[in-house]
Design a protein around this ligand. Structure first.
Ligand code: ASP
Length: 598
């Protein structure tokens, strides 16, 4: 007996009624959050995306028919109610935006009945994720998720406004693209018209946005969906959204400038956070050395210190062999933890081993100054003292040391630093938004797997002019004109100045192991386009989902995406991906092979 909307108009969302005058007649519509029957009075909490509103029904105010209808209401029924705004008859509810008013209901329509939902529709309910995602349409009714998606919409609106003011054009690029094996694995789409050929869904609009610069569009942006078929980690989705941009006739500082102002505007208007400009910049090498990470969380210290020089003559074999093999010895001084128990120290050692460390050495100086250090027996007392001094350690401190190849040590101590901060509760209650630009990334990284250099960012990234001289002799040493923006230890976005000179681009392909033919086969249209007049250009892309996650303080990007997928890339609600009709496959000239046959 669902009723229709005929002749009915919503005048206010629930919380908008606070702006109506007392005594004014309003019509509100939404879902029944709760019903309380007090005999001659029925209270309904009505919910819409703006919040909750209390409605009162009685035979006297509402008439017999409306009162009876109100008596039939159950949670999640969809209703329309017309009534007058009144001051709360009972106690004012200060926890509710509409807590000082209520609606004396004069009329009601039941627009839809509802089954009892499988979990309560309320703030922060602790329903299992699987159930929430199976019934995502109900989960999305919860106020905290609604707030996240509303904030997300505010951010994209602000971005569009800001970019437009700055002279950027919003231009869409294709979803059906050419597959390029460089980078992550592509999602493929079979072509019906070209049997045996496939499109790829874009991993990013990279090549198209560069072509738009060739075509003179000057400043482009797009809120772009991207697809990467990677093994999913907690923080990844197979499809995700980027705020993507590209600018012509610019160098690093121009890109950074416009983006700093964008971040300042968005964080101020959406979160009330003042981002101080300019944002600090830190070269990659410094970030790795001090924080063991190219996305350092600068809200706390626990910095990594190099003690290779101090221990270079010692006989402790762990340090000695690492140094002899060209590695490093580095440590973290955890101030005030000199009395940490053996069990907890072992837990850190095991943590380090769990992420690939061969071991983790430690030294404690108890508050009375006694040194407790399992490797002290392999070193002279003055060497131990020199080590503690080099670490700036005093009575009551604890030090951890890792000795290995530089990259391994950075990795281990970088992760240990975060683990320490978490366990010591260093960031509890910290509301800071700490931004940093990481610059001067290596252009290339050596892939042991592929036995060749691969691009750290992508093959179109411009080397730093002063390092071009090393591109043949020592490619690993060449730094790139690439930059990442990092917030509280999370990479928000990144980009680079692009190569626009064909000789440098050819060199880059050569270093990456492309033959001329293979480079042309994959990127021929870009290489050719550049022959017809290309402006110097640069760009950047943000991960929108991550940005919203940080802004809302959510612990997963699933909380800020309307219809997310789970770890195995499936959608628990629609049950995608699914098998398809053999007819659909034959139209595409495809057959599937059962996994055990592979
Ligand atoms: N396309 C790059 C990415 O997705 C960003 C950029 O260089 O503009 O990471």
């Amino acid at each position: 007996m669902a009723e229709s909307m005929a002749g009915l108009h919503r005048t206010h969302r629930c919380t908008e009624t606070t702006r109506a005058a007392i005594g004014e007649t309003v019509t509100v519509m939404g879902w029944v959050q709760k019903r309380r029957n007090l005999g001659s009075l029925i209270f309904i909490d009505l919910r819409d995306r703006s919040g909750l509103l209390q409605l009162i029904f009685s035979e006297e105010i509402s008439g017999k028919e409306a009162f009876e209808k109100a008596g039939q209401l159950r949670n999640e029924f969809v209703i329309a109610v017309t009534g007058t705004v009144e001051k709360r008859s009972g106690a004012v509810n200060t926890n509710m935006e509409t807590g000082s008013i209520e609606i004396n209901a004069k009329d009601i329509r039941i627009l839809s009945e509802a089954l009892t939902p499988p979990f309560p529709i309320e703030e922060n309910c602790n329903t299992k994720d699987e159930l929430r995602l199976k019934y995502r349409y109900l989960d999305l009714r919860r106020p905290n998720i609604q707030r996240n998606l509303i904030l997300r919409s505010q951010v994209t609106t602000l971005v569009r406004n800001f970019m437009t003011e700055e002279g950027f054009l919003e231009i869409e690029t294709p979803m059906l693209c050419k597959s390029t094996p460089e980078g992550a694995r592509d999602y493929l789409v079979p072509s019906r018209v070209h049997p045996g050929s496939f499109y790829a869904l874009p991993q990013s609009p990279q090549i198209f946005k560069q072509l738009l610069m060739c075509s003179g569009y000057d400043r482009y942006f797009q809120i772009a969906r991207c697809f990467r078929d990677e093994d999913l980690r907690a923080d990844r989705q197979p499809e995700f959204t980027q705020i993507d941009m590209e600018l012509s006739f610019v160098d690093i500082d121009d890109v950074i400038d416009v983006n700093e102002r964008l971040l300042q505007r968005v964080f101020k208007e959406v979160c009330g956070v003042d981002v101080q400009l300019p944002i600090q910049r830190m070269p990659y090498a410094e970030a790795m050395a001090r924080f063991g990470s190219d996305k350092p969380d600068l809200r706390f210290g626990l910095e990594i210190q190099d003690v290779s020089e101090t221990v270079k003559n010692c006989e402790f074999v762990v340090f000695k062999s690492a140094l002899e093999a060209g590695g490093v010895v580095r440590g973290i001084n955890v101030e005030g933890q000199g009395s940490l128990g053996r069990k907890k120290i072992d837990a850190y050692v095991n943590f380090a081993k769990g992420i690939g460390a061969k071991g983790l050495a430690y030294m404690q100086i108890t508050p009375d100054g006694t040194i407790k250090c399992p490797f002290a027996k392999f070193m002279q007392p003055e060497e131990i003292q020199a080590l503690a001094d080099a670490m700036g350690a005093k009575a009551g401190d604890l030090m951890f040391f890792a000795a290995d190849k530089e990259s391994a040590v950075c990795n281990i101590l970088g992760a240990l630093r975060l683990e320490l901060a978490k366990n010591l509760g260093i960031l509890e209650g910290n509301k800071e938004f700490r931004f940093v630009w990481i610059t001067e990334f290596p252009l290339l990284e050596y892939s042991e797997e592929e036995n060749r250099f691969v691009a750290m960012h992508h093959p179109f990234t411009m080397p730093m002019e002063e390092d071009l001289q090393y591109i043949d002799s020592d490619p690993g040493r060449v730094r790139a004109k690439a930059y990442d923006i990092v917030l509280n230890g999370t990479e928000l976005g990144g980009g680079s100045v692009r190569i626009h000179q064909s000789d440098i681009q050819e060199k880059m392909f050569e270093v990456l192991g492309f033959t001329k033919e293979s480079a042309y086969e994959q990127f021929g249209f870009l290489i050719n386009a550049f022959k017809y007049g290309v402006p110097p250009h640069a760009g950047l892309a943000y991960g929108l989902d991550r940005m919203i996650m940080l802004m809302t303080g959510s612990d997963s990007i699933r909380e800020v995406i309307a219809f997310p997928k789970v770890k195995d890339a499936s959608d628990l609600m629609s049950e995608a991906p699914s098998a398809v009709d053999p007819k659909q496959l034959s139209e595409l000239f495809l057959e599937t092979i059962a996994p055990e046959e592979v």
